[in-house]
Each structure stands twice: as C-alpha cells, then as structure tokens.
Design a protein around this ligand. Structure first.
Ligand code: GLA
Length: 734
C-alpha cells in the first residue's frame, strides 16, 4: 500500500511488515529519505530528515547551503553542487559541466507495476502491487528523473528503478545513473557480499565496516564469478533467525557497483546501479534512458527471513514461462562425460542407458557445430557438424525421442572464434578497439551485439537449428568477459554505451527466443555461474550454478546462491569421480543428495561409471520425483554452514502449509569416536506431529515427534562412518 499525506508532504510505502518513507521539504522541493525499517503505524516520522535543525533549511539559511547538501538524507542524490558523498546520477552538458540538483515536480500512485522498457524486472497485477512514480527535475540541465517504487501485497520487498529524460533542447551525456539509494543512520553494520572465482562462485563474505567507502562491483561486462550484484548491511548481532538486514539485489546482468559509504556524521549511504566505469550515454532532446531495477529487502528477523522474501518474490514475480512452477525433466549432459569427443553413436549409447534408469532428457553440450573439436574454433558457425553428428541433428533427436527422452542443446550465441567462417566474413563484428590487437580469452572474442545485424544473424542461426528438430531445452552459455571495449558500429560519442547496449541485446535475443519457442526450457550459464543474477532469471527459470560439481565444493557455492535465489533456479548435477574440478572422491549417494537441492541431473558417462553407482540412479530419480515439488516450492532454512563450522552442513525445506519438510545433513570429514549431532529444526508447526524418516539410513528407527520438540529440543543425527556422508531426512505430518 502507498499513501501520500498532502499536508505533511510525506509518502509512506507499506509492505506487510516494513515501511519506507519519503518526504518533500522546503520551498525548493528537495526529496528526502525519511525512514526504512519495521512497519510504522503512523506517517509522522518526517522529523528524521532533521529539517528543523540548522543548517537544514537552505532557503532560509543560504549561508550554509553546502552543509545542507552534504548531510541531508537525499532520496536520489546528485553531485557537483555540494553533496560530497557518492552521487546517484551524473550528467555532462554540451558545455562540459557536471553539477545538478533535483527537485520534486509531481507524482502519481498507480495500481500494478509498469514494465521497464527493454529490461527484465519483477512484475505483478493491479491486485498484487502498487507503484509510486515520483517526478523530479533539474531545470538548468533540462533533465527529468522519474523515481519508481513498487510494493507488493504479499512480499516484504520494495523495488526501485529510475528513468532519465532529456526535456531540454540540447543533448547531454549521462555518465552515471544508479537505481537505488538509502541514506540512513549508521549503526555498527557488517557488510555481507558474495565473492568467488571460476568454479568457486558466490561464497558468502561478512565483514565489519567503519567510516569510508566499501563496495563490490564488476566491470567485466557481466555480473561475474568474482563479485555479485548483491549487498546487505546487517546489524553486528544479526543471525540466521534474528536481527536487522538491509539488502539490495540488482535485476541486471552487466557491470554494477553496490556500495556503502559511512560518512562524517555516522550516516550511511547505500547505493546500487550500473557501474559508471566506461559508461556514457548520450541523450538527445526528447530521449530517455531506463535504468534497471533494484530489489530492496528489509527484515529484523535475520537471514532466513531475508532469504525467503527474495525466494518467494522471485518465484512469483520474476520467473516466467511454462516451467515457472513445474518440475523440470531430469537431464543428462555430456560435457564432463565426453568433452568434445563425441558423435551420434556415443550420444545414443548414453541416451539408451539413461532411458533405462529414469533419466528424462539428453543434453548435447559444446562441440556439435562447425569444425569444433576443441575450444579453439567455430563459435559463430552454428551449423551441425555432420562428420560427428552422422545422420544429422533431426535423426539424432528423433532417435533420442524414440528412447523416451527429450533432447536439449548447447549454444554460446554471444561469441565469435577468430578461427570461424563468421569472423573471416565479418572481422568487424567482434568487440574491439580499432587498430589494437584484440585480447583473446578461451581463444575467442565477444560479438558486438550493439549492432542489430549481428543480433539478427546470430538469432537467425540459433532459431533455425531449433526449428530443425524437436529440441526442448537450450543451455545458453557465455564463456568470457568483455575487454577491448569498442564498436565499429557506434560513433565516437556513443562508445560509452557499448557495455549497456550489449546487455540489452542479450535480453532482446532471449526475449525473442522465449517468445518464438515458448515451450523451451532455457538454462543460462556463463563459464559455470558467472551470470547467475535476477536479470537472467527473468528469461530462464534455472541457471548453471558452477562448473564445480564436487559435492563438498558445492556446499559453499549452493549456500551462497541460495542466500538470494530459490533452489528451483540452481543448476545442480551428479558427476563422476575423481571430480573433474578438484580430484576429490565422494560417495555417489552424497553427490545425489547435494544435487537434489537444485534442479537435479547428471553430468557423466552413464555407460562408464561403476556398476554400483549406476544402480543407485533409479533410487535418486525416485527421490527427485518424491521431493522436487517441496524443494521447488518450499521455504528454505539454513541450519548449519560447513563454510563456517568446517565440520558439517545442514539445510531444511518446509512446505508452505508446514505439512512436509526435508532436511539435508552432510557430515563432511568424519571424526573418530564421535557422537551424533543435535540439530534444531526450523519453520515447522509447533502443534503438528511429524513422522521423521531417515531416507537413506535403515539403522535409524522412524519416529513421530511434535514440531515443538523438533524445533526446541532438536533431532539427533548419528555420526556416519566414512567421509563425505550425507543424510536425507523427511518429515511428514501425521
Ligand atoms: C562452460 C560451461 C560448461 C560447458 C562448457 C563448454 O564452461 O559452464 O558447463 O558447457 O562451457 O565449453
């Protein structure tokens, strides 16, 4: 709900448990941030902007105007005229000047939520949500800025975005445009962010912060393995179950910067938006720029509450398509099984065996097109290699379908190999700085998707492959980051638009793909999980989490990913051992139990794995069918974190009606002469009674306990013999 108190000039945005307040102050119509936190009954907190205290009334105290600018809690701060903190927007006029200041002009409160032109964003019906559109202007620049805020009736999230228009007569250059800012009191916060590397994505980092600037960012052209478009400020005492959290997540897949700046007066300014590095967007008179959306979540109930707010919002208001609420087919992917060394017969032998075991789809990964037998050529030549795929693609797909399996295929549409027919024909289609040798990465360049003819050519090739056979799944990969930022298609004063135009083109291609092939299951991927972000989730209901499929490494990767994203989105497969990334040997059973917390599938040569492993597959498949509805739809609770305790990992899923729950416990290294662990369950109904079954341990007798006992006294999980042992424990209301 959103209300406006005309007399006090105060906006109050309410979610079920939080309030967000904005005020218009002074005759100059500054827009100030009043409050964000636990839900308030009244809208009387405008005094928090301290407009009664000197120097907070610039029109009456012009002598201290600069002091006012530098400490007022701005809702959307500008720079260059006296606020020395991080600005949210910067424009350069034709004269080369940069100062600006925004003042309120008008507003409207709308039912529903307008779509953001060209960009992914959360959505909702007129019944689901309400939007505030605040319009402000800088009359000297000729700039109008619209601040959009949406609240949902069923979520404690507030979403924000910004649209900038040139309402003057001269062009100007937008050199920075963030999407969200909160100015608030600093109260000894820790900063929580996600970091990693290839095969080590999204490890959680929590650090104490003090005065100064603290940020996470990517200017690699994608959200990246290394950093993540997420930032949370949390009270130093915040735990899984208790304590304050202010979190922001960016619905965008390119460069970003998320920052907390603690200032001289113990305020903190928290900002998020497109990274200003190498960003410069020319706005002609009458043109607009739409900045992407930020999702903000506040809670005073700790990480479990924050996580479930993001999960529920994304499941209901971000993810789309036929698979949104559906179980996904169990797939087997040939990447770790064969790498580039496969042909029709090899794939069919995997499919034949897989079909006997209950696997539902075969995915043909990299290496089926052009002359590609290694990663050194052919990206851009999306024509099936009939020397490998003898009989052609349609024959292969038909044969796989006859075995009762669906068929999926891998593409890397955004790339071009220097050794490709496409590059030989169009060397200027790669992103490059004219005259400067390009920087190769994995022996490839990135296509200049700011050119519509490039997008159309690649989309046309991909679509014609998809039209040629009954292909029901696409893995859309992106295996290098952007360098040598230059386009042969853009004029000099628009080169600074390339990064963002690139991301818009990726969205455009995926939009076309999902519209033309609405039945497709699309899985995004970027060298593992380098583009696992809400922007991509808008197009694909699942994303490949990491190229590291080791069950132990996955504990930390999946924990960090699940901090924000629903388990239904996390691409997770059982692979062979020794694990290809780390060389570790873990029990096949444990690999299955860890993968069950994601989309579930296989990434191995099922004709070659040990017989005892193969025999376990039907039981794993049965577990998937039994519990996937719960895993996809349920609330997720973190019980113990191996990355923190270095001993064991434990998480729990509870259905919304609290009738069913599933606990996963992974004892990483065994300790000799050790007793069982006591774990306190969460999210159950204290008054319900549950049958507790240790699904993969016949030695533990099934028992019935109340939710109250399980949450307060806990459950004992016996010590297991051997390393890397996992237990799956189900709870069902009786
Ligand atoms: C990336 C993906 C892998 C695989 C390879 C193929 O690394 O993450 O799963 O598809 O590309 O080249």
């Amino acid at each position: 709900m959103i209300s406006y108190n005309e007399k006090e000039r105060v906006f109050k945005l309410d979610t079920p448990n939080t309030s967000y307040m904005i005020g218009i102050v002074d005759e100059e119509n500054f827009i100030g941030h009043i409050y964000y936190g636990r839900r308030l009954k009244e809208d009387e907190a405008a005094y928090l902007m301290r407009t009664g205290e000197p120097p907070f009334v610039p029109s009456k105290n012009n002598r201290e105007r600069c002091s006012f600018y530098d400490c007022f809690p701005f809702e959307y701060p500008t720079g260059g005229v006296g606020d020395f903190r991080e600005s949210c927007i910067s424009v350069r006029t034709p004269g080369g000047h940069v100062g600006s200041m925004l003042s309120y002009v008008s507003h409207e409160i709308l039912k529903g939520k307008p779509a953001l032109e060209g960009l992914p964003a959360t959505f909702g019906t007129e019944e689901d949500c309400t939007t505030l559109r605040l319009v402000c202007e800088d009359q000297y620049v000729g700039m109008q800025v619209e601040l959009l805020y949406t609240v949902f009736g069923d979520s404690d999230a507030v979403t924000r975005s910004v649209r900038v228009s040139n309402i003057g007569t001269e062009p100007f250059y937008l050199t920075k445009v963030y999407s969200a800012c909160i100015d608030m009191d600093f109260r000894d916060y820790d900063m929580v962010s996600l970091h990693g590397s290839w095969a080590r994505e999204r490890h959680i980092q929590r650090e104490q912060i003090g005065l100064g600037i603290h940020n996470v960012s990517s200017f690699r052209g994608e959200s990246s393995h290394q950093d993540h478009p997420f930032l949370a400020l949390v009270d130093r005492n915040t735990t899984q179950e208790n304590g304050e959290i202010y979190a922001m997540n960016f619905v965008y897949s390119g460069n970003f910067r998320a920052q907390a700046e603690v200032t001289q007066f113990d305020y903190v300014r928290m900002t998020m938006g497109i990274h200003p590095e190498n960003f410069c967007w020319k706005l002609e008179s009458g043109e607009s720029f739409q900045a992407p959306e930020v999702v903000m979540v506040y809670t005073d109930k700790g990480f479990d509450a924050m996580t479930n707010t993001f999960h529920r919002l994304y499941k209901k208001h971000l993810i789309r398509g036929v698979y949104k609420d559906k179980k996904r087919p169990i797939l087997i992917n040939n990447w770790e099984a064969t790498y580039f060394d496969f042909n029709t017969e090899k794939l069919l032998s995997i499919a034949r065996e897989a079909s006997q075991l209950g696997i539902e789809m075969l995915v043909m990964d990299d290496g089926w097109f052009g002359r590609r037998s290694f990663d050194d050529c052919a990206l851009g030549d999306w024509k099936v290699n009939e020397d490998k795929i003898t009989g052609g693609l349609k024959y292969l797909v038909d044969e796989v379908n006859k075995l009762g399996l669906k068929f999926g295929i891998w593409f890397e549409p955004e790339m071009i190999s220097p050794d490709s027919d496409l590059y030989r024909a169009h060397p200027d289609w790669a992103i490059a700085i004219p005259g400067r040798p390009g920087t190769e990465s994995r022996q490839q360049y990135v296509l200049d998707l700011s050119r519509q003819e490039v997008v159309d050519c690649i989309y046309g090739q991909v679509a014609s492959v998809l039209r040629s056979a009954n292909i029901e799944y696409v893995k859309w990969d992106m295996n290098r980051q952007l360098t040598d930022i230059g386009s042969y298609g853009l004029p000099a004063d628009r080169q600074g638009e390339l990064y963002h135009r690139y991301v818009l083109a990726v969205y455009q291609m995926q939009d076309r793909l999902t519209k033309e092939f609405p039945y497709l299951l699309l899985e995004n991927c970027s060298g593992g999980g380098a583009r696992f972000d809400p922007g991509m989730l808008y197009f694909s209901p699942q994303i490949w989490c990491s190229d590291d499929t080791d069950a132990v490494e996955r504990l930390e990767i999946q924990e960090g990913t699940a901090l924000i994203y629903p388990l239904s989105t996390m691409g997770a497969h059982v692979s062979d051992c020794p694990n290809h990334a780390v060389g570790r040997v873990t029990p096949f059973e444990t690999r299955g139990i860890v993968a069950l917390a994601g989309t579930f599938g296989y990434e191995l040569d099922v004709t070659k794995i040990p017989q005892e492993d193969r025999e376990m597959i039907p039981a794993q498949v049965a577990m998937y069918h039994k519990y996937n509805d719960l895993v996809r739809e349920g609330d997720y609770y973190r019980i113990a974190s191996y990355s923190q305790n270095h001993k064991y990992d434990c998480w729990q899923i509870v259905s919304e009606d609290k009738k069913q729950s599933l606990v996963t416990f992974v004892q990483v290294l065994n300790r000799v002469n050790f007793k069982s662990r006591r774990i306190l369950l969460k999210g159950l109904d204290a008054d319900k009674r549950y049958q507790v079954v240790f699904e993969n341990d016949d030695n533990v007798v099934d028992r019935i306990y109340s939710g109250d006992t399980l949450m307060k006294a806990g459950l004992l999980v016996p010590n297991a013999w051997g390393d890397f042992k996992a237990r799956l424990i189900s709870l069902t209301e009786v």
